[in-house]
Design a protein around this ligand. Structure first.
Ligand code: PMP
Length: 350
């Protein structure tokens, strides 16, 4: 069997999962979730009725997520990672004749997932500093009338939040749904969740994979107006969210203070990493996330990536991504991991 013609040239999005001492390539949390959460989850699993399908609407989980953001459960939809949320959005609002817009460089999966769902992708460019360029957004939106416009705040892989006021300006162009991917939202000074309102085509995507230290659980969610949430619900498979995951997410939210403490530690470490990088011959971009994009000035990005790997340090190689020639992206790890990364990089660039 042959892959669909329109997906012929589809390249996978993945980072090698090689065995290394210092793994700083996928923006996971370097810290595990609290032991108390693990115990509460194990306790709950003991009496979970495995013979029954899970709560199809994931009511309790949605209620708990809604409480976190001061909205009702009807304004929340949970799925298997935020990637599945993005897929559901494309299935619901994209498809033939309803393109999605992305502004590069940005999270490659927005375009990738859109194409898999049969949604055409129209592309615009960010400005020279990789900030959202409103003139370019206006040009693309007016010319292409996208059904979906993806923004990412903080943006991956650049680490920068979308500029203040940008979301309202995109909304004012009046073309379709504006999706703000806030996978790294807790690291950022502002969130678009406060701007969500009935009748406004704005939704925000979040994940448990990063700040909640639960990448293994594959849980993400969408916050938005109730009518948009029910439209997205219509394209999800029945019982798509298993009972273990629903419990894991619901219980995790009891440990918000611990999550915030981890975020604070990572932000501090990000500062240390930035300071360390500033002493080396690399260009960096200011980050409001748990990773830093950098470009070695004196050596080829691919070579630096390989030399780091030889020293058992794995970072993300973005060198072949559009407009990111020679760039690498490092996830903020534990203090020890960050030290190991900095000393390996110092050696490689010496
Ligand atoms: N959005 C962005 C911007 C990301 O960087 C990631 C993870 N790399 C995701 C979404 C997907 O996260 P998950 O599916 O684990 O929730």
């Amino acid at each position: 069997m042959k892959l669909r013609d329109d997906l012929d040239d589809l390249e996978g999005y993945h980072s090698p999962q090689v065995d290394v001492a210092v793994r700083l390539n996928t923006n996971e949390s370097p810290y595990p979730p609290p032991d108390a959460w693990r115990e509460a989850l194990l306790e709950e699993l003991k009496s979970l009725p495995f013979q029954r399908y899970p709560d199809r609407a994931a009511d309790e989980l949605r209620r708990a997520i809604g409480q976190l953001h001061g909205v009702g459960p009807e304004q929340v939809l949970a799925a298997n990672g935020s990637n599945e949320v993005i897929q559901a959005l494309c299935l619901a609002f994209g498809g033939p004749g309803r393109p999605a817009a992305v502004f590069k460089p940005t999270y490659l999966m927005h375009a990738h997932i859109a194409r898999i769902t049969g949604t055409a992708v129209v592309e615009g460019e960010r400005d020279a500093d990789f900030a959202l360029d409103m003139a370019e957004v206006e040009r693309v939106v007016k010319a292409e009338q996208p059904a979906i416009t993806f923004l990412c705040s903080p943006n991956n892989p650049t680490g920068m939040p979308e500029p203040e006021g940008a979301i309202e300006r995109v909304l004012s162009l009046g073309s379709g749904l504006v999706v703000v991917d806030e996978a790294y939202g807790q690291f950022s000074p502002r969130s678009a969740i406060e701007q969500i309102a009935a009748g406004k085509p704005l939704v925000v995507v979040r994940t448990f994979s990063k700040t909640w230290s639960m990448a293994a659980a594959r849980l993400g969610y969408l916050v938005g107006p109730a009518d948009i949430i029910s439209a997205v619900e219509a394209v999800l498979l029945p019982y798509h969210l298993d009972a273990m995951k629903q419990a894991a997410g619901r219980l995790a939210l009891r440990y918000k203070a611990e999550m915030e403490a981890r975020v604070a530690t990572i932000v501090e470490e990000r500062g240390r990493l930035t300071a360390g990088l500033s002493e080396l011959p690399v260009d960096t971009w200011p980050s409001a996330a748990n990773f830093i994009l950098f470009r070695p000035r004196t050596k080829d990005g691919d070579k630096v990536w390989e030399a780091l790997l030889e020293r058992s340090v794995l970072v993300r190689n973005c060198a072949s991504w559009p407009r990111l020639d020679g760039c690498l992206r490092v996830t903020v790890g534990t203090a020890e991991e960050n030290d190991a990364f900095l000393s390996a990089l110092r050696e490689v660039l010496a």
